[in-house]
Design a protein around this ligand. Structure first.
Ligand SMILES: [Fe+2]
Length: 248
């Protein structure tokens, strides 16, 4: 390949560097890029790998539960979402965020599996091996104390939301209307959907479907919820809080 004159190389770099920078720089905090990568995905959707080994969250969550939950349940949501979207050409080019935002008008298969894909992709990111999850940032802690009185009160509120969800669903900490709120959703619904009672940006969500805990905890959902805090990755929550406040 012939060598380019220096001025041509400089011109090429000057044209390419802004593109590289634009692709590599998030518009807000790093959490926004993480969140947007998921929300901006289009069909065909893909199953993301677990960001840690299946046994990394023990003892809070056992390896068999993690493997089944990710490899079987989440994969089924992804496969079924792709099938449902492929069956409706009007939905084919839409992002996951766009699909969730019109959940009330979607076929049930798209709503359920689209929610399932988003919720589980987020759930894996929200956990880390015990001792590696960090702590709430000063800004997040201050907001939690403003809206709940204390970190402990917020955690008890999430647990109560999870316990109070009859049957399958999720408990969430949501940034909505300029404050933090705790809410539960049924099935695979989430706060990004237009059907949500509290519509906003989910900072954390805990899966209270029995498939998330039954092998280890059987019917003791309260124990599972209490143990779940030991594997929460506050670093992810902090980034999502920063992104939410920045409008991401
Ligand atoms: Fe699940």
């Amino acid at each position: 390949m012939p060598r380019r004159p220096l001025c041509q190389t400089a011109l090429l770099l000057s044209l390419l560097l802004p593109l590289v920078a634009a692709a590599g720089e998030p518009e807000a905090a790093p959490g926004a890029r993480h969140a947007h990568a998921l929300a901006d995905a289009r069909a065909p959707f893909v199953l993301p790998p677990l960001p840690y080994p299946a046994d990394a969250l023990q003892p809070a969550i056992d390896a068999e539960t993690m493997a089944l939950h990710h490899d079987r349940h989440h994969r089924a949501y992804v496969d079924n979402l792709n099938k449902a979207v492929a069956a409706d050409p009007a939905l084919a080019g839409q992002t996951l965020a766009q699909l969730l935002a019109q959940a009330s008008r979607l076929p049930a298969a798209v709503r359920n599996n689209g929610g399932g894909h988003y919720n589980h992709s987020l759930f894996w990111q929200l956990m880390a091996p015990p001792g590696q999850g960090g702590a709430p940032s000063p800004a997040l802690r201050a907001q939690i104390e403003r809206d709940f009185g204390s970190l402990d009160a917020m955690q008890r509120a999430v647990e109560q939301a999870g316990l109070g969800q009859f049957g399958s669903g999720w408990a969430w900490l949501v940034w909505a209307d300029g404050r933090l709120q705790v809410v539960a959703t049924a099935n695979q619904d989430n706060p990004l959907m237009d059907v949500a009672a509290v519509r906003g940006f989910p900072l954390l969500g805990v899966d209270v479907w029995e498939h998330a805990y039954y092998l280890k905890y059987q019917n003791r959902r309260a124990d599972y919820l209490r143990q779940w805090w030991s594997v929460l990755d506050w670093n992810t929550v902090n980034r999502r809080f920063d992104a939410a406040r920045a409008g991401g």
